[in-house]
Design a protein around this ligand. Structure first.
Ligand code: ARG
Length: 596
């Protein structure tokens, strides 16, 4: 696949040649974006750094370098200014050629890795039989985006939902079910026949059973003991309990899949904690035999403390004193299994950042006990909390845990309201079915962009009004921009213009050049977003790009332009802008409607 040099690298090379031609070290010729956009587009501060080395006034060095660039094909304007900066503007022709090449090159010229990595992304992390709540929203959104970004960047990426499907919640449900329907064959230890194919509960019953059981266990020690015992017996393989567990899994997973699908989040693997149950004894034996795991207060642990630790680093517990496996046990066994099956270069986990100690312990333990290779990268992306306007984790109006589907419903209702409002202002009729579909698409963009535009580790406030606004740094604003471009392109075609024939021409206005310069950054931004697992960089970029486009749009009468070549040039810039924006939002995990 063809790739393109990033623009900053290309223009830095030109600058390096000039430094060398003037007799200075080429290393000094690094070009960066201008921090005075009112004065120039790019700048180079190399003369300042060279001053010490060459015992010369920086301004003199800058002037000498500027002279060497007088006939440059890259730089149109080079001015040496006190105390020694080089202020730069690119030649229109150079930018145009870069963009026309970008239009012809796959993935906007993004360089593909020579050795693609195999990356497993563990995200989602829903707990079976518990309703999906807003706490699981961020890992799903962030993980999905990272998966798409790394895949686009050329890596082999496997997404695993890694369900919480093996814990106390299962014992609680079994216990409660036994109280309600003791006559079921699952509870008859003498029963040897086949168990019913049909689950003894529906998803709504299940969603009621779990919280009821969980509340009872908090008040009643005997009940809790029963649930713990049931969990044990389930894990030890009791036939009837395993059969109930299968029902719980089947009923919940259908519901979880529906929820994740509504979020446009999908997984390659639907694995869970239970899948590695049978690998645990072997792993434990190995850790013991190698002398890593030892008994401490009845539990089996591995020390993970390191000399340089400044914070408390408790040992990683492998088995509890009653022999039961924990969250860390299944995570370690899963790492072992993944290494055997996929031999990944990297495993990325996206969960709430409050789990960071857990992952630190698990990663250290995996490394120390040799479950992974020395160069296997283990990364935890701990996300901050989505808070309500009170700054506390987002709740329902009544103060309860917000279910994900309710949050989505609220956003969709707000979007429908906005669509009507917008139609009212513009005086057109709303088609209800279409409005519902548009609301779904735009609502999802509002949620996802609102989330991803923050750095993952930071907490943020979910602000319905702001997130759903068509103006400002929001998902709907980006979509609105895309829809606007689509409509101009459609009109151009109606006028008989052909998009495929349009070729980008040299910029004739400042706003057009700014838009073009934003477009040139695309490949560099995508590369950085992948390397730094940072979807927020894509958000920041498309916000700038959308602003640059809208600025240009407000200043330019595109469709009424009489110079056909000029008009076609603008259309080509628009088509590229649309393509970049749509690619970027796809990497963020949402899409644009036809109309808004
Ligand atoms: N089920 C867990 C939770 O709800 C998240 C699982 C994340 N993945 C993992 N491998 N531990 O917090």
């Amino acid at each position: 696949m063809k790739s393109m040099q990033k623009l900053l690298d290309q223009i830095s090379e030109e600058m390096q040649k000039a430094f060398e031609a003037a007799g200075y070290d080429g290393e000094l010729g690094k070009v960066t974006l201008s921090n005075r956009p009112d004065l120039c587009e790019y700048q180079c501060n190399g003369a300042m750094a060279g001053a010490k080395k060459y015992h010369k006034a920086p301004l003199m060095i800058a002037q000498e370098v500027a002279e060497k660039l007088a006939d440059s094909e890259v730089f149109g304007e080079v001015s040496a200014v006190a105390p020694g900066f080089l202020n730069l503007k690119l030649k229109e022709g150079f930018v145009t050629a870069y963009l026309n090449e970008m239009r012809e090159t796959e993935k906007f010229g993004l360089t593909m890795p020579v050795n693609p990595e195999t990356i497993i992304i563990d995200y989602g992390g829903a707990n079976v039989a518990k309703p999906l709540h807003v706490g699981h929203l961020r890992p799903a959104i962030i993980g999905e985006s990272i998966k798409r970004i790394c895949r686009y960047a050329g890596h082999d990426v496997i997404g695993d939902v890694h369900l919480g499907d093996w814990g106390l919640q299962m014992g609680l449900i079994i216990t409660e079910l036994k109280k309600r329907q003791p006559e079921l064959p699952y509870f008859d230890e003498a029963y040897e026949g086949e168990y019913p194919a049909e689950a003894p509960f529906t998803i709504s019953e299940l969603e009621e059973i779990y919280p009821t059981a969980s509340a009872k266990a908090k008040e009643d020690d005997a009940y809790k003991a029963e649930a713990l015992d049931a969990t044990h017996r389930l894990q030890d393989g009791e036939r009837g309990y395993r059969a109930i567990w299968k029902h719980i899994m089947a009923v919940s997973i259908v519901d979880l899949k529906k929820n994740y699908t509504n979020l446009d989040v999908d997984f390659d693997l639907w694995k869970g904690e239970s899948d590695v149950h049978d690998l645990i004894p072997g792993m434990v034996e190995r850790m013991k035999a190698d002398g890593f795991a030892y008994e401490s207060d009845g539990a089996l642990v591995v020390d993970v403390k390191e000399e340089s630790d400044s914070k408390e680093m408790p040992p990683c517990i492998i088995l509890k004193s009653d022999g039961a496996a924990l969250y860390s046990t299944t995570d370690l066994a899963t790492i072992m299994e993944r290494m055997e099956k996929y031999n990944p270069d990297k495993m990325i986990y996206v969960t709430d950042k409050r789990q960071s100690l857990h992952f630190e312990q698990v990663f250290r333990c995996a490394r120390k006990t040799g479950l992974v290779n020395d160069d296997t990268k283990l990364i935890h992306i701990g996300n901050g909390t989505m808070n309500g306007s009170d700054g506390k984790p987002f709740k329902t109006r009544e103060g309860g845990v917000m279910r994900l589907e309710n949050l989505i419903r609220e956003i969709n209702e707000e979007m429908i309201r906005k669509i009507h409002e917008n139609a009212g202002e513009k005086g057109y009729q709303v088609d209800e079915a279409q409005a519902a579909e548009t609301a779904r698409i735009v609502g999802l963009a509002a949620i996802k962009y609102g989330d991803l535009s923050n750095q993952a580790a930071k907490d943020y406030i979910f602000d319905m009004d702001r997130f759903t606004s068509f103006e400002g740094d929001t998902g709907p604003y980006i979509l609105y921009t895309i829809v606007r471009i689509k409509s101009i392109l459609a009109k151009y075609e109606e006028q008989g213009g052909k998009l495929t024939d349009a070729v980008i021409q040299e910029a004739t206005s400042v706003s057009e050049k700014s838009l073009m310069l934003e477009l040139t950054k695309c490949n560099a931004v995508l590369e950085a977003a992948c390397e730094e697992t940072a979807p927020h960089k894509i958000c920041a970029y498309i916000y700038d790009l959308a602003n640059a486009f809208n600025h240009f749009y407000h200043e330019t009468k595109i469709l009424t332009e009489e110079d056909e070549q000029k008009k076609a040039g603008w259309i080509a810039v628009l088509a590229l802008t649309q393509e970049v924006l749509e690619t970027c939002i796809d990497l963020l995990g949402f899409s644009a409607p036809e109309r808004m």
